[in-house]
Design a protein around this ligand. Structure first.
Ligand code: DAT
Ligand code: MG
Length: 156
């Protein structure tokens, strides 16, 4: 795996369907229990312009218009999580894009049925994570505080 043992921040969003289905707490809880540190959290209604920037790589694909309509249709919960290899670890916890391929035990594997309603977003690389963090959060919304259980999560 690239970036082994690298401390990283990643961007995660509970999508409108995750929130509407009452799964926000469950989803956040999974990252907490893994040992990742919550650095930022907020509930927002994504404006169209932000949605189009965030999902810019998918512009022109058949599902693009529906994706933009969906992600702007109701509030989401945006968050930043930090830890060793956080980007890769969070993607594993989230599971494959298609819920019929997502492993049981992953969030999408456990709670989603269709790709269009796969309940959670996570950045797919360190570069994407940085970009998405900057898109969704101001610097003063990101919190630095000690992770008191750190010595039980990481060897020095
Ligand atoms: P991921 O969210 O796992 O990073 P992606 O970046 O390829 O996946 O696509 C972004 C979102 O777009 C995905 O979470 C759900 C939607 N999407 C992707 N492919 C789709 C498809 N074939 N049909 C409907 N929605 C799709
Ligand atoms: Mg993606």
């Amino acid at each position: 795996m690239a970036h082994e043992n690298e401390f990283q921040q990643t961007f995660v969003m509970v999508k409108p369907d995750g929130l509407q289905r009452g799964l926000a707490g469950e989803i956040i809880s999974r990252f907490e229990r893994k040992g990742l540190q919550l650095k930022a959290l907020k509930m927002i209604r994504i404006r169209r312009e932000l949605a189009e920037t965030h999902y810019g790589e998918h512009k022109g694909k058949p599902f693009y218009d529906g994706l933009i309509d969906f992600i702007t249709s109701a509030p989401v919960i945006a968050s930043i999580w930090e830890g060793e290899n956080a980007v890769h670890i969070v993607r594993k916890l989230v599971g494959a894009t298609r819920p019929d391929e997502a492993e049981p035990g992953s969030i999408r594997g456990d709670f989603a049925i269709t790709t269009g309603f796969n309940i959670v977003h996570a950045a797919d690389s360190e570069k994407t994570a940085k970009r998405e963090i900057n898109l969704f959060f101001k610097e003063d919304e990101i919190h630095d505080y000690p992770l008191t259980i750190k010595e039980w999560l990481y060897q020095d």
